[in-house]
Structures are given as C-alpha cells and as structure tokens.
Design a protein around this ligand. Structure first.
Ligand code: S3P
Length: 440
C-alpha cells in the first residue's frame, strides 16, 4: 500500500483532461492463482508482474502460514518454493483472507482435501458474503465444511479421499469453478463442471501451464484427479479490471488519446470492450504477438468520444462482471437510456454494487431505477458534485473518482482505503494522467 492510498477519502475537483501512456498493476485473479498453483507445484515458480494489492498479499500470507516458502524478491517479483499437491501443512491459526472473496473461495477447494483442519475468516465485507455456492459442491465430493448461515467463518475438516463429481454450476462463477477444479485435483476420478455461461478461465489456462491435462468441451471442463503440477514461470499481465477505470476516463476526457500498456485481454474478461464499442467508443487494440502462458495481451488506445446508451445483452454480464461500477459511470454520461438486467451477482460482491451505484448516481443527479437484478438509467445530463459513499468497496470508489472528469462540482468519495486491495498506486497513476484527485 502506498502512503497516499491510506487516506480515508478522495476529493475530486471537477473536469480535466486525461492523456499519456500508463501500465496499471498486475492482474488480481491471475496473481492469486499463480501463488496457489506455484505452491502446489513441484519446483520453483517465478512470478513477475505480481499484484502487490492487499487481496493477493492475503493469499501470500495464508500460503506462508500453510508452510510454503515464498520469497518476495522485488515488489512485483515473487519466488514460490512449491511443496507439491500433498505438501501443505496445518496453519497455526485461522487464515485471514481480508477483503478477498477469490482467496477464500479458492482456498476452500484447496484445503478441503487436506489431512488437517482449517478455519477461514475475513474482514467485515467478506464475513457477509455467500460461501455455500462453494461449500455445496465440495460437500458433494465428500468434503466436510461448515459455514455460519452460509457465510464465513468457514470451518474445514480436512478430508483426504474426495470423490470426483459432475457438477452443473447454477451461476456463472469462476470462483466456484476454480474451487471445484482445485479439489478435483485431489479427488478420485474425473471431475467435470458445466457452466451456464462462460466465466473467466484463468484457472484452466494456468493449470495447463503447470502441466495439468484438462479437457475443455463447449461449456464443460474436466480433469482427472491425482495429477501433479510442474513449476513454471508466470508473467502476470496488467489487470483489465484496473485498466477499465482508465478506459472509461479516456472515453470521457482523452482529447489526444490515452494508452494502456500490456493489458490482459482474455476474452472471458473483456465484455466491457464490447459494451463500450456498442456505445460508440473509440478504442483501438494493439495485440502483442505471443500470448504469455496462454493469456492474450494488448496495448489499448482510447480516445474521447460521444457515447450512447445501450441495452446490455445478458450474456455479456459475466464477461464484464467487475466492470459494472465504471460502466455505469459511462452509461450515466451517454445520451439516452441504458438498461442492465441479469446482474443480480452484483449484489453479493464486496458491496451490493447495484444499490451502491444507484445511490451514488442519484446523489450526482442521474435519473435511475434500481431493479432486483440490474439498473436502468437515463444518461446525458452530466453529474452535479456531492458526497459519495463507497461502502468500503474499491471498485465503487474508483468508478466515482472517474466521474469527477464529467462533474460540475467537487466530489468527496468516502471510505476508500480498500482501493489498495486491487489497485495500489491508483491515486498517483490517476493524477499522472490528469485526474484532479487527492486523498483527504
Ligand atoms: C474472480 C471471479 C469473479 C470476480 C472476482 C474475481 C476470480 O467472481 O467477480 O472479482 O478471480 O475468480 P465470481 O466467480 O464469483 O463471479
């Protein structure tokens, strides 16, 4: 965490222009997985471009507590001394996942088949989030897991000898899919998952990079239990979800263009590109030739333009799930109406993101209607200034920071310390491209 991210509020002065060439920090999803798979592998895994956000540091500390030696060679370079699939040891106390839902859910899959028991806890936000979506299928494999009314703390009674399952996911969730695949590595038989819609596939790609054989067949993926992982080098691309704030900032205020370098453009993550393009955005992709360990990468150039409202196709919701806070800012500035449905998952993220965004937009004078599974709004009227509650949610805080570019008065965004969970240095990078933002 950098010093300036520790401020509890942001103050954003209205207006401004953005420009320059920047690289946002490493991908959060990929950094979590690189640590976990590196720990399970045989040999040493070097991770470069690692995200030193609080969420990934929670995963790093948890693995250290489970007996894995991890060297932080440089801020973004990590060396994991793998212990093999059977090498984890009991942690001396409860494992604290902080704000990181991904860490908690993936650790459930990792720890369920161990010979020892584990307890998983988290911060106030994480202790309210649903865990049965993972506990359910793991129990069907023979795992012994208890939650408190479906939420953390999660008590795991380690159960070697899990059985493979054939599981149809009720929601498109990469975390559920990943947890079951990790447990499946230790189960007898072939574990098979079928998704209702594609969710991010970083786990599948990275398992393959670590030498695991997976079969992908349409909306299904399966693996045989008992496979070993071979250490490898992982180069983490810049996080598309962090780049998203600057993509929207560029649409609003990059008169002379803004370039985002080295961004991961895995198609299971880039629904926002399609949405912004349908709104009329001027975004140009410059793909890098070789994909790094199965993850495609590009420089992305964005120019200011006029946006128009759209109806978001439901199939694009899982592909842009973490980008909705900043998408709603773009939509609020677009001419005409925007409608999002089928996005009830947003209610169980770090905050209830539908409610938090609706309340913030209302505060800034945007006509909107909160739906059970989405949001409707009429855009194009700009933003007044005002005080915004982020509800301790990093992405709500950063989305409203971008809104300042199109506001008529100053914004104060409350409770922003959690920006450091996914985007250390957000404040400095924002200022470097032209946002008039400071910590207060
Ligand atoms: C993530 C999956 C998504 C996403 C989260 C990160 C991951 O959650 O919202 O920020 O790294 O697997 P779900 O799998 O619950 O949709």
């Amino acid at each position: 965490m950098t010093v300036s991210d520790k401020g509890t509020h942001y103050r954003v002065a209205p207006g401004g222009e953005v420009s320059g060439q920047i690289t946002v920090p490493g991908d959060k999803s990929i950094s979590h997985r690189a640590l976990m798979l590196g720990a399970l592998a045989e040999g040493e895994t070097e991770i470069t471009g690692f995200l030193t956000g609080e969420d990934c540091l929670s995963t790093l500390r948890a693995l250290s507590a489970l007996g894995v030696r991890i060297e932080h060679l440089e801020p973004e370079r990590i060396l994991v001394h793998g212990v093999g699939v059977e090498g984890l040891r009991a942690a001396p106390s409860a494992l604290d996942m902080g704000n990181a839902g991904t860490a908690m859910r993936l650790f459930m899959g990792l720890l369920a088949p161990q010979r020892f028991d584990s307890v998983l806890i988290g911060d106030e936000s994480l202790m309210r989030r649903p865990m049965e979506r993972v506990a359910g299928p793991l129990r069907a494999m023979g795992a012994r897991i208890e939650t408190r009314d479906g939420r953390p703390p999660v008590h795991i009674q380690g159960t070697p000898g899990l059985r493979a399952i054939d599981y149809r996911l009720p929601v498109a969730s990469a975390q559920v899919k990943s947890a079951v695949l990790l447990a499946g590595l230790r189960a007898s038989g072939r574990t098979r998952l079928t998704e209702p819609a594609p969710a991010r596939d970083h786990t599948e790609r990275m398992l393959e990079a670590f030498g695991v054989t997976l079969v992908r067949d349409g909306s299904s993926v399966s693996l045989e239990g008992g496979q070993r992982l071979r250490a490898t080098a992982v180069r983490v691309p810049a996080d598309f979800s962090s780049a998203a704030f600057f993509l929207v900032a560029g649409c609003l205020a990059a008169e002379h263009g803004l370039l985002l370098r080295n961004v991961g453009i895995n198609p299971t993550r880039t629904g926002l590109l399609t949405l912004l393009e349908r709104m009329g955005a001027d975004i140009r992709l410059h793909p890098h030739g070789a994909s790094q360990r199965g993850e495609p990468i590009a420089d992305i150039e964005v120019h200011k333009c006029r946006l128009r409202g759209i109806e978001v196709p439901e199939e694009l919701v899982p592909l842009s799930i973490d980008e909705f806070p900043v998408f709603f800012i773009a939509a609020a500035l677009a001419e005409g109406e925007t409608l999002v449905r089928g996005a009830q998952e947003l209610r169980v993220k770090e905050s209830d993101r539908l409610a938090a965004m609706a309340a913030g937009l209302t505060r800034l004078g945007v006509e909107n209607r909160l739906l059970e599974d989405g949001l409707w709004m009429r855009g194009g009227t700009g933003f007044t200034g005002g005080i915004i509650e982020s509800h301790g949610d990093h992405r709500i805080a950063m989305a409203f920071a971008v809104a300042g570019l199109a506001a008529r008065g100053p914004l104060e965004i409350r409770d922003v310390a959690n920006v450091a969970t996914s985007f250390p240095g957000f404040l400095e990078l924002s200022r470097a491209v032209g946002l008039r933002i400071e910590a207060a």
